[in-house]
Write a protein that binds this ligand. Structure first.
Ligand SMILES: *Cc1c(COP(=O)(O)O)cnc(C)c1O
Length: 487
């Protein structure tokens, strides 16, 4: 594929777009508008191009992207499902777009009602007593949850210094615990990839504030001993924190509260579908049991007769965790997604996402090692250890997939699986797409066996092939040193 030059390299002296007359004078005689002191001494080194040059440049760049709308995107743990366009449209309604958080309660009754209803639905789905909608992402929800747990223990005068996390946990779990001042203790997984109960018993003591758990865990496995785990943690006065990133697998099938969890966050952008490639936007509401409601961030949305109000009066609130109320458009999308699917639809999300992952698992398990002998839930983790011995790493496989028009899966996570390939197809993919992916993965396994040397040159069909990733991360060139451009 031909590479696209930088826009600065395409610049030609005196070439420019067409401007309406008023704007022309704005550019040619800025001194009529700004005082001398505010004017630049030197011209900005901006590239000079025609309107068509600019349109072609950015349109081409946009077409080099991978997206859920253009490619299969099985990025494990991230739940890159199709984002229904109706949710986008609804979140962009004038009535949502043009409200401002400084408006009075009476003037924003509509959005308060939506938040009130969404909270009720999240409670229904998870079995938790109340939710705070403020956190802007899963990691932010974890921090909020850990602050709640910390305050709860402090008020009870419990001496708590430690937080337990399984060795399969997402990096944000130990990070959130550590930001709240806890020592992080890692619990080893057993040979099946589940929490090792003996190890948990050994590490659990009176100083453990909580166990943070993802269920299904990051190997895509349901923690079958969850009720035993709950008893072990609760008996020593610890709480159970649920990382809801994998909730897609359990929607409408079981309630998180019934598994004994005290605090949970949900990743609305994952489970309830907001486009979130490239790091955002998100929402990570935090739900708690009745006993912990008094610690939630304020304000909470409540109903007084037929009026929705913002309640700031919580006895032991940890305070605010963001400005204003929440990442509103993400809430609107989640709400519309949930209403569109309804109770039965949400259940089908869970069933089909699990079916799709197991279909891939079964079809590929004789070509790639599976991380666990157990059937998976909504995602399947393979290990490319066999291919690595042939000279082809998980990274090489990911690069080859780009050539085949497939967004690479998550690789090298969870950390406990060597050469991990973490594949989450989601419920929104049809059988033909899954079959195409399977066919390509089999082709790759065969090529790894016969011609491993090929893989050092993949991807071939992209403008840029292999990057020096260390250099790119450590010494990024963020500033284009342009030659002097036309004045
Ligand atoms: C995505 C994810 C998180 C973090 O959520 P963000 O919304 O990206 O902050 C935490 N845990 C797991 C298992 C995840 O997949």
């Amino acid at each position: 594929m031909k590479s696209e030059k930088l826009i600065f390299e395409k610049s030609q002296n005196n070439r420019k777009g067409v401007l309406p007359p008023e704007e022309q004078s704005f550019l040619t005689s800025p001194e009529k508008i700004f005082s001398q002191g505010l004017l630049r001494k030197h011209k900005l080194p901006l590239p000079c191009l025609s309107e068509l040059d600019v349109i072609r440049h950015y349109t081409r760049l946009s077409q080099l992207n991978f997206s859920v709308d253009t490619h299969f995107y099985p990025l494990g743990s991230c739940t890159m499902k199709y984002n229904p366009k109706i949710s986008e449209e609804l979140s962009m309604l004038e009535e949502f777009k043009n409200i401002h958080p400084y408006q009075q309660e009476e003037d924003i009754q509509g959005i308060l009602e939506l938040m009130f209803n969404l909270e009720k639905i999240l409670c229904e789905i998870t079995g938790m007593h109340r939710f705070c909608l403020q956190p802007s992402a899963g990691a932010h929800g974890e921090l909020t949850g850990m602050l709640i747990i910390g305050k709860y223990h402090r008020l009870k005068k419990h001496k708590k210094t430690k937080v337990l996390v399984p060795d399969s946990s997402h990096g944000t779990n130990p990070a959130s615990a550590s930001m709240c001042g806890y020592k992080v203790i890692e619990i080893k997984s057993n040979s099946e990839g589940l929490v090792d109960i003996d190890e948990l018993n050994r590490e659990m003591d009176d100083e453990v504030a909580c166990l943070m758990l993802t269920n299904p865990n990051t190997l895509g496995l349901f923690e079958e001993k969850i009720l035993d785990i709950k008893d072990i943690v609760h008996k020593k006065g610890g709480l159970l924190y649920y990382d809801g990133a994998n909730l897609n697998a359990l929607l409408g099938i079981c309630k998180i509260r019934d598994m004994g969890f005290d605090v949970i966050h949900m990743n609305l952008h994952k489970t309830f579908s907001t486009p979130h490639g490239g790091g955002g936007p998100g929402a990570g509401p935090v739900g708690v049991t009745e006993e912990l409601v008094e610690f939630l961030p304020v304000p909470l949305v409540e109903k007084n007769h037929n009026h929705f109000i913002l309640n700031y009066k919580l006895k032991n609130s940890i305070g605010r965790v963001r400005s204003f109320y929440a990442n509103i458009p993400v809430l609107v999308k989640a709400y519309s997604y949930i209403l569109r699917l309804g109770k039965e639809g949400l259940k089908r999300v869970a069933l089909y996402s699990v079916l799709n992952a197991n279909y891939i698992r079964e079809k590929l398990k004789s070509y790639y090692n599976v991380a666990s002998p157990k059937p998976c839930m909504h995602e399947v983790v393979f290990s490319a250890i066999k291919q690595k011995q042939q000279g082809v790493s998980a990274l090489d496989i990911a690069k080859k997939l780009i050539d085949e028009g497939i967004h690479p899966p998550t690789i090298y996570f969870p950390l406990i699986v060597q050469e991990a390939l973490m594949i989450e197809p989601t419920e929104t993919e049809n059988k033909e797409t899954l079959d195409y992916f399977i066919e390509i993965m089999i082709k790759i396994a065969k090529e790894a066996e016969t011609s491993p040397e090929n893989f050092k040159n993949y991807p071939k069909n992209t403008p840029v092939s292999r990057l020096d990733e260390t250099q790119a991360a450590r010494n990024p060139i963020l500033k284009w040193q342009s030659p002097p451009l036309g004045d």
